[in-house]
Design a protein around this ligand. Structure first.
Ligand SMILES: Cc1cc2nc3c(=O)[nH]c(=O)nc-3n(C[C@H](O)[C@H](O)[C@H](O)COP(=O)(O)OP(=O)(O)OC[C@H]3O[C@@H](n4cnc5c(N)ncnc54)[C@H](O)[C@@H]3O)c2cc1C
Length: 431
């Protein structure tokens, strides 16, 4: 086996390898450098590129997104998820046997309001202040313009539709989230392009937005290199652990000797965690986006609509709609009909959005993999085989938002310091 690089730091700073340079890995690398550690970033692709989930998400820095996807009574919807392959949440039949254990845990985690509240309370500790933390990171990385702190909007067609989400808003309120309600005329005034069927706005002022998540992550990754991190372009395959201590990260290109490592490989973290003794039920909640590069109408505030379960807003590259959940694994081919559904919904949200000419290249599609654990919480904590390996993945729907705080926590664990928030809810050993 070729040795990609031989790193050792006798007498020097503790040498840590950060595996993966998505939002979570890049933030972890920056914070590890800040903590005085010697950092190598191991990433086979271009940081922030389309292969990574951090590239194509909706850019919401929604510190209020604390309600897990599964809520009480979700089990009643399972037949619908199986019957409608193009619904906002779909389960592919062929994948069902593999997904079943994850699905049962997913449903159980949201069985009662008390369980949902426990998850929300924990998530709030991770997400609170996310817009501020990201604004600081972006400024440090030279891209302050990519983070906006102007609030986010949920649009409903009626009070009854809002009431259907009452449990979620009740749970959010108990975690300290505050919002403003915009009645019909206020919503019209603030969002003149939004279709008139939306008659109630729920505006969350504390939340923020990233104008180009891919470019943001690329800038964070460049900043790590400019701040002294090394980069190895290879895929991690496992660990050499001897006597309960990490000796090296194994890669396709050889070993990297090190003192500690963080697994930040998003939806592909499962086998690495298992190699460090922690078998965790990580699943991909596949999602799609569509970008209309030549759009001429759209929202003033990043907007989620309850009927289509999608988020729409301007990115630097055009008007993006992102959403949908498809449980079909990491390897199944994309179903681009889902992107077409997002596009159709986007047009119905903003009727003055002119249809692109047939064959237009101005509409772009993307599929990504939300790294999801069934209880809606990430894994942040030591691996079972050695505390030298830190798990930092599984942020599901909120990984961009949660990456800033997670980076700080991962660095604290790598440095052997006390974590700044209680990590028990995120303990990888909970499964
Ligand atoms: C449609 C959609 C919309 C979303 N909207 C939002 C939103 O608005 N707000 C929000 O907060 N979140 C959102 N998310 C979720 C968010 O995008 C993810 O939770 C987040 O990007 C995960 O970041 P990550 O760094 O863990 O993973 P990734 O961004 O996937 O990065 C993982 C990196 O690890 C690398 N890697 C993989 N395997 C290895 C290996 N063996 N060795 C070395 N490197 C490896 C990969 O190449 C990749 O670069 C959305 C997701 C989707 C799909």
């Amino acid at each position: 086996m070729t040795v990609a690089r031989s790193f050792s730091s006798p007498g020097g700073a503790r040498h840590v390898v950060v595996i993966g340079a998505g939002a979570v890995g890049s933030a972890s690398a920056i914070e590890a450098l800040r903590a005085g550690l010697r950092v190598t970033v191991l990433e086979p692709g271009e940081p922030g590129g389309p292969h990574a989930t951090s590239y194509g998400n909706a850019g919401w820095l929604s510190s209020h997104s604390v309600v897990p996807p599964a809520l009480p009574g979700a089990w009643r919807k399972v037949p619908g998820w199986l019957a409608d392959p193009l619904g906002p949440l779909a389960l592919r039949w062929r994948y069902l046997p593999r997904a079943m254990p994850w699905l049962l845990r997913y449903l159980a985690s949201g069985w009662t309001e008390a369980r949902v509240q426990r998850t929300a309370d924990a998530l709030r500790t991770l997400l609170a202040d996310a817009p501020v933390l990201h604004a600081r990171l972006a400024a440090e990385a030279g891209v302050p313009q990519l983070i906006e702190q102007r609030g986010l909007l949920h649009a409903y067609r009626s009070r009854a539709e809002f009431d259907g989400d009452a449990l979620g808003w009740r749970v959010r309120q108990r975690t300290g989230v505050q919002w403003e309600e915009w009645p019909q005329d206020e919503l019209r005034r603030r969002e003149p392009d939004l279709d008139a069927r939306y008659t109630l706005g729920v505006f969350v002022p504390e939340a923020g937005h990233c104008r180009d998540p891919g470019r943001y992550v690329a800038a964070l990754a460049r900043h790590t290199l400019g701040s002294g991190a090394e980069r190895v372009m290879a895929r991690a395959t496992g660990f050499r652990i001897e006597g309960g201590r990490l000796r090296a990260v194994l890669t396709e290109a050889g070993e990297i000797a090190c003192d500690a490592a963080a697994i930040c490989a998003g939806a592909r973290s499962g086998p690495l965690a298992a190699a460090a003794g922690s078998a965790v039920p990580l699943e991909s909640e596949r999602g799609y986006h569509v970008v209309v590069e030549d759009a001429t109408a759209g929202p003033r505030t990043p907007t989620m609509v309850a009927d289509g379960k999608l988020i729409a807003h301007w990115m630097d590259g055009g008007l993006r709609a992102a959403g949908q959940v498809e449980i079909a694994g990491l390897e199944a081919a994309p179903d681009w009909r889902r992107a077409a559904i997002l596009l159709a919904h986007l047009r119905s949200m903003f009727p003055s959005l002119a249809p692109s000419a047939p064959g237009s290249t101005a509409v772009k599609h993307w599929l990504g993999h939300r790294p999801s654990l069934p209880d809606g919480l990430p894994c942040i904590g030591p691996a079972a085989a050695t505390s030298d390996v830190v798990l930092a993945f599984g942020h599901g729907h909120v990984g961009l938002c949660g990456s800033a705080r997670t980076g700080r926590l991962a660095a604290q664990l790598l440095a052997g310091a006390a974590p700044e928030i209680p990590l028990a809810p995120f303990d990888p050993a909970r499964f």
